[in-house]
Design a protein around this ligand. Sequence first.
Ligand code: SF4
Ligand code: SF4
Length: 397
Amino acid sequence: MPVPVSQAYTVAKYVMTQKVKGVKRYPLVMMLEPLFRCNLACEGCGKIQFPDHILKKRVSAEKALAAAEECGAPIVSIAGGEPLIHPEIQDIVEGLIKQGRYIYLCTNALLLERALKKFTPNKQLSFSVHMDGLQEEHDKSVCRDGTYEIALSAVKKAVQMGFRVTTNTTLFNTAQPARVREFFDEMMEAGVEGMMVSPGYAYEKAPEQEIFLERNLTKTLFKKIFGDAKKEWRFNHSPNFMSFLRGDIDYDCTPWGNPTYNVFGWQKPCYLLSDGYVRTFKELIDTTDWARYGQKGTDDRCKNCMVHCGYEASAVDDAFSVTGGLRLLKAGMTFRRSATYTAEELERFDNQKPYEGAHACATNSTEPSAKDELLEKIQSRGTTPVKSDEEELITRN
Ligand code: SF4
Ligand code: SF4
């Protein structure tokens, strides 16, 4: 099992309790974005394009902990932006641990190796390192050379120090199944506990729109990646979610399963879309027009979405029903089998035109600032950033 038994037990007990109480919409993983500022500017990012005055804002530790308490989700994913540049990140982590939550601290790992001394290994804390493939793919995706080596070194150091380390990987239409499989081997060799993989969401604000996958192509891509899966590979997903990605099971989205709290408040309806904000989790649940979203909804922005923050909670909820439990057993038993394809699927996949143009990297702000100039300087140099660049970026936050 790629998570500690105590975590699996906590989640199972929590979901069963919600079911017994008859709670129709319950949160499973709270997405906490304590800031949008980041020290990278990736091509598929939809989070860092806010004006500078928003990028300067942070959720205080006090507010973050109060939001987690009100929400009650057993797992908190601390995303961003880059959470490690939040000045109160230790207080947030320690407070969430005290509340009994399991934490995935997402990071691009540029600052991880130096930040490790601020934390203590704990079964409730896992670093979730952003890795978008092998060196070439990752560095291209995050728009900076040398980042893969820095992140891999930090992963190995964290594992060596006894921390739980997972990876999160976003795949676009540039993904080559054989290379992704090689990447899985490399992560397992580095000692990561489990891997998370998700298709990229077509953020309207992302600078590069040509890279996003259409739903049917996503399914074929994941069949090709997961077919004949090696027994050494460990994934941090429910087997039913992985069957969903391969197109073996169909789910609708449960956006309330991964509610998002950030500098604006609780975000409607999900981590990916921002159709308004409210002050409390209760208001989010009570006032969002949920029927509008997901595959059965009317919102076109949901049409091609298969992202884990919308569908992993659907898969977990399903696993706690009788038929879903059987699907879970079947998914577990058949996961490593060879994939079969229809002629139409193969033709569509083989005929897609992988994006080969220049990569349009994001900037962290729509307002010109000294920080933008610095990022541009780092990106155009195209070499491993020197320490002073990182420190200058942090100082300016
Ligand atoms: S996707 Fe890239 S730019 Fe966006 S928050 Fe993550 S590391 Fe930063
Ligand atoms: S389908 Fe995707 S974009 Fe739409 S509500 Fe669900 S998670 Fe959000």
